[in-house]
Design a protein around this ligand. Structure first.
Ligand code: TRP
Ligand code: ZN
Length: 505
């Protein structure tokens, strides 16, 4: 599911200096001055049938007509990801995995169509590590070449415009994780501490275990089936089909999870191991908490507030955007938490006493990031600034410091002094500029337009763009419309310039 960019805001070039308030290990150094802009996948030309090398673009604007469409989505923060020439509407993947076996095998079926006017002769999918052993398009064998973590697929006949095709990829091998440049933690399919496996995939880890159009501009509905030895549990996003595993012909257990709401690839969850699934109903929402089987009752209680937090956010931002909710705790220290759709991911270190400090932050992402997803990584402040701000609101609601106090304290630390909120350097390192700087910008907006209009802007943002990807230009348009004034200059000052202005009283 894809939507073309309607607006882009210029970015300022500076350097980031940052520390974030979300949970992360002490060893995970925040970005510092002079650190290069991280580049997750830097495609080089060549490599078998691989078609083109991506020209590097100075902005995240789609190419003007007449240019050949590059095979990577224009994204100055993480160039080299995704293929803008295709639009995947659904993906169903079955992955066979076992505790203590680092290799996986899988079969993925993608329904996709071309986004270009001419017949499409080839396209790419991310796949890093495992090798494709068979690829078909509408049942006919396709040629393929692997290079730089991407498969270039050439169907037997070109894909006509406006036509769905079914792509099937059979693959096997060793997932090839990357390391997130800013924070140092492994990204992708990885081992936990108890013989199981899980995927922590922001920004580009899903390609380590499934072929995927790996960019947040292309959301899809997903079915993830985890095929594991009997007695092992598989966990993913959304609803567990049949309420339990099915037995396969060879005596294994297959856990099939369905997430119908469009989902960005970095939000896809997979975990296999010894988990207890604790299910309950909350209104129309089914809540499934996945805990390591040996996790104590006391530690599990850290996730008791999920329903209260979701209810509070629904009262502020509009209805919870899904029919499924919950959380998963994986048995290892993660140094962070991740807002995987419907079921955010925490490590053992995400639980301190009877609280999970990042819980309200990750649940806010279900509206901001998961329902409404940034069209490019340069707009990741639309995730992190909003989730940080929502967390401040929950904290005030829960009897803690007021949002105004928290925002003024955050502003005093000068989170966007050295690099602007929308600087690709800030975005690519998930620095304090995007978290606190983005949240301070939202507080400035609230001070400028008033509480009522501010909340109307947030609600309209979600109701207009839920299920899709959107950009800062879309937010500026909604904020200007709802407030009845042109806020272009306001957002430019707060997001694209350094330092940020003084917070209005
Ligand atoms: N998006 C996460 C959060 O703020 C943080 C995160 C998860 C992250 N995985 C990452 C940041 C990888 C950088 C790299 O809740
Ligand atoms: Zn976040």
């Amino acid at each position: 599911m894809r939507r073309r960019s309607t607006g882009a805001v210029a970015v300022a070039a500076c350097l980031a200096l940052a520390s974030c308030s979300v949970t992360r290990g002490d060893g995970a150094a925040p970005s510092g001055p002079g650190r290069p802009v991280p580049s997750i996948t830097t495609p080089t030309s060549g490599g078998g049938a691989s078609t083109t090398a991506a020209p590097s673009r100075p902005s995240d604007e789609p190419p003007t007509s007449g240019d050949p469409l590059p095979d990577d989505v224009p994204d100055s923060t993480f160039p080299g990801l995704g293929d803008p020439r295709i639009d995947v509407s659904s993906e169903a993947v079955t992955v066979r995995a076992a505790p203590d076996d680092p290799e996986i095998s899988g079969r993925a079926r993608l329904t996709l169509r071309s986004t270009v006017d001419e017949p499409l002769t080839s396209f790419t999918l991310g796949l890093r590590g495992p090798q494709a052993t068979s690829i078909t398009v509408d049942g006919t064998a396709a040629r393929s070449a692997a290079a730089d973590g991407e498969l270039t697929i050439t169907p037997g006949s070109p894909i006509p415009p406006d036509t769905d095709v079914e792509v099937e990829v059979v693959y096997a091998g060793l997932p090839d994780q990357t390391e997130f440049p800013g924070w140092g933690m492994p990204v992708g399919w990885q081992a936990d501490d108890e013989g199981g496996w899980f995927a922590m995939s922001e920004p580009d880890g899903t390609a380590t275990w499934a072929p995927v159009n790996d960019h947040p501009s292309d959301k899809a509905s997903w079915t993830v089936a985890l095929d594991v030895p009997r007695g092992v549990t598989g966990v993913s996003n959304g609803r567990l089909e049949g309420g339990g595993p099915t037995r396969t012909g060879d005596g294994r257990d297959r856990w099939t999870w369905v997430e119908d709401e469009p989902m960005a690839s970095y939000l896809v969850l997979a975990a296999v191991g010894a988990y207890d699934l604790v299910s309950s109903e909350h209104g129309d929402v089914q809540v499934v908490r996945a805990f390591p089987a040996d996790m104590s009752k006391g530690d599990r209680a850290a996730f008791d507030p999920i329903e209260d937090i979701l209810d509070y956010y629904a009262s502020q931002f509009g209805p919870y955007p899904d029919e499924d909710a919950g959380a998963i705790v994986v048995p290892t220290d993660l140094g962070l938490a991740l807002e995987s759709q419907t079921r955010p991911l925490f490590g053992t270190d995400g639980v301190t006493g009877d609280s999970a400090p990042a819980l309200a932050h990750e649940l806010a992402h279900q509206w901001f990031g998961d329902a409404v997803t940034p069209e490019t990584w340069t707009d990741v402040w639309l995730n992190e600034g909003f989730a940080t701000y929502a967390d401040w609101m929950w904290t005030e609601h829960d009897g803690g410091p007021t949002v105004d106090d928290t925002a003024r304290r955050a502003a005093r630390s000068g989170p966007a002094d050295e690099a602007a909120v929308r600087d690709p350097e800030s975005a690519g390192s998930f620095s304090a500029a995007v978290y606190e700087g983005g949240a301070v910008a939202l507080h400035a907006l609230r001070q400028t337009v008033g509480d009522e209009v501010f909340l109307r802007i947030l609600r309209t943002w979600v109701s207009t763009n839920g299920g899709a990807s959107a950009n800062t230009g879309d937010l500026v348009a909604i904020a200007s419309e709802e407030s009845g004034r042109d806020l272009t200059g306001f957002f430019d000052e707060w997001l694209d310039q350094t330092p940020q202005p003084d917070l209005p009283r």
